[in-house]
Design a protein around this ligand. Structure first.
Ligand code: PRP
Length: 209
C-alpha cells in the first residue's frame, strides 16, 4: 500500500516488545512510548522542506538549514499526549493542536469531545499522534477535521496498527502518509488490536478500571 511505512529497526522491535508486555508498569510504558515516538518521528520527517540559513560558527560563516514549513502536532486525546513531548523536542517550533476523541465502547465509533482548530491559516504539515490505530475510526475523524481546516499534508504516526485500520485510513485519505512501528494482523470481537498492547490510554495514565 503506497504511503504506508512500517518502520523496521532493531530498537523499535525491542522497545515495542516491552510496550506489549502486560507487566510493564505505566512509568516505563510512558518511556517506551516516548522512545518509539522519537524513532517514528525521525522517519516521518525525512521529507520536510528546509530553506537555506546562513550561520556564523566560531570560525567562519556557512550555509545551514531551517524548516521551511509550518508544522502542527495533532495529538488525539488521551493516549496521543504521550507522543507530544518527544516529537516537539525534535521540532521545537511545532504548534500543538489537540483533538479529543474517544471510542464508544459499545459501537467502537469515535466521539469527538474537544477541538479548537481555527477556521483559517492551516499548518503546512500535520503530524497526527496516536499510539493506536485499531478500526481507524478515530484517525479518520481527526484527519477529516484537518482536511476541513485546509491542511495540505497529513502524516499519521501510530505505534501500533491493525491492518483494518490502515486500510480504512488509506481508503479515506489515499494521499496521507501512515508511519507505524508494527502492523498487527487482526482486531478481536471488541475491536482491540491483537496481539496489540492493551489500551494505551489506560496504560499511559494508570487508569485501568
Ligand atoms: C484509543 C486509541 C485511539 C483509538 C483507536 O483511544 O488511543 O485513539 O482508541 O481506535 P480506533 O482506530 O478504532 O478508532 P480510546 O478511545 O481508548 O481513548 P483514550 O485515548 O482516551 O483511552
Amino acid at each position: 500500500m503506497s504511503g504506508v511505512f512500517e518502520v523496521n529497526h532493531p530498537l523499535i522491535s525491542c522497545h515495542l516488545t516491552r510496550l506489549r508486555d502486560k507487566t510493564t508498569p505505566p512509568a516505563e510504558f510512558r518511556q517506551y512510548v516516548r522512545r518509539l515516538a522519537t524513532l517514528l518521528a525521525y522517519e516521518a520527517t525525512k521529507d520536510l522542506h528546509v530553506a537555506d540559513e546562513q550561520v556564523a560558527t566560531p570560525l567562519t560563516t556557512t550555509t545551514g538549514s531551517k524548516l521551511g514549513q509550518r508544522i502542527g502536532l495533532v495529538p488525539i486525546l488521551r493516549a496521543g499526549l504521550g507522543m507530544v513531548e518527544p516529537v516537539i523536542d525534535l521540532i521545537p517550533t511545532a504548534e500543538v493542536w489537540h483533538l479529543g476523541l474517544y471510542r464508544d465502547e459499545a459501537t467502537a465509533e469515535p466521539v469527538e469531545y474537544y477541538s479548537k482548530l481555527p477556521q483559517q491559516h492551516p499548518v503546512d504539515v500535520a503530524l497526527v499522534l496516536d499510539p493506536m490505530l485499531a478500526t481507524g475510526g478515530s484517525a479518520v475523524a481527526a484527519m477529516t477535521s484537518l482536511q476541513r481546516w485546509g491542511v495540505q499534508q497529513v502524516k499519521l504516526l501510530s505505534v501500533i496498527a491493525a491492518r483494518e485500520g490502515i486500510e480504512a485510513v488509506n481508503t479515506a485519505f489515499p494521499n496521507a502518509q501512515i508511519y507505524v512501528c508494527k502492523i498487527d494482523p487482526q482486531l478481536n470481537d471488541h475491536k482491540f488490536i491483537v496481539p496489540g498492547l492493551g489500551d494505551a490510554g489506560d496504560r499511559t495514565f494508570n487508569t485501568k478500571a
